[in-house]
Design a protein around this ligand. Sequence first.
Ligand SMILES: NC(=O)c1ccc[n+]([C@@H]2O[C@H](COP(=O)([O-])OP(=O)(O)OC[C@H]3O[C@@H](n4cnc5c(N)ncnc54)[C@H](OP(=O)(O)O)[C@@H]3O)[C@@H](O)[C@H]2O)c1
Length: 287
Amino acid sequence: MTSLLLTPIALVRRHLLGPLRSDRSPLEGRRVVITGASSGIGEASAYAVARRGARVELVARRDEELQRVVAAIRADGGQASAHAVDLTDAGAVEGLVEELLAEGPVDYLVNNAGRSIRRSLELSADRMHDFERTMAINYFAPVRLTMGLLPAMREQRFGHVVNVVTWGVQMKAPKFAAYIASKAALDTFARIAGREAWEDNVTFTNIRFGLVRTPMVAPTEAYAKAPAETPEQAAAKVVRALEDRPLTINTVAGSLGEVFNLVAPRLSDRLFAAFDKRFPDSAAARR
Ligand SMILES: NC(=O)c1ccc[n+]([C@@H]2O[C@H](COP(=O)([O-])OP(=O)(O)OC[C@H]3O[C@@H](n4cnc5c(N)ncnc54)[C@H](OP(=O)(O)O)[C@@H]3O)[C@@H](O)[C@H]2O)c1
């Protein structure tokens, strides 16, 4: 009962006053798994988290890229190791979980690996695989990895999982049905998992990023001149999610989009339909 009361009090205090700050990061000496650490947001997050004194376990498919990141972290005095795994391969994820747990429980997991597809439904009629492959990497992969690591987190009564999702889950932007639906599934999974694991001090953050300038967005011409965060700015948000453990990290535009969708859904549809027309499919999407 006391712990039931103390947790909301601590949360209210934290919400009103902000987290207690000290020179030491809560990540110091902890084990942090980051997926998709071979490029973009995941790579920048790996450097940032290692600089906070954590031991970073990097996961992605391209071993040579992971080795490059590990070497850079070690050269900077940090601790890191690489796990070359295709996260859409269920057996490989089970092997990864075993390998990670053989060295003890993981304290933090960043589910960042993912893929985006921007393609209108009109061009998707014969492309069920777009829906399947986005679900495979953006939903089933992080759920499988989380489910593998969660029991040990609950047992040690500490753990935090950060999911890298998108402001699209709030906006519901046209041409992103496959991608955003898979991220929305993960966003919802985390909210429910957070409720079930609450008593065991295992928490979840969904970061709903706006545009970040990474290799993922390069093929989309419409984004070439759009304002975007750098991977380093995105990594700072990942560090904040790990250290402060908020429920969500949103952008102002994403939050406004969410409210707009709630209070004026039809007007919102109309505006997004106009937006859809204004920005056609890219050359890459037409291939
Ligand atoms: N960039 C944006 O504007 C933006 C906005 C909102 C959310 N996000 C999300 O941010 C996350 C990171 O994306 P990014 O922008 O940094 O793009 P990125 O540079 O393309 O990074 C994607 C990462 O995912 C890994 N990955 C992809 N498929 C994988 C698989 N089957 N198994 C293991 N790893 C896999 C890639 O590594 P390998 O190729 O080596 O496997 C790579 O490290 C994604 O979840 C994305 O949806 C991005």
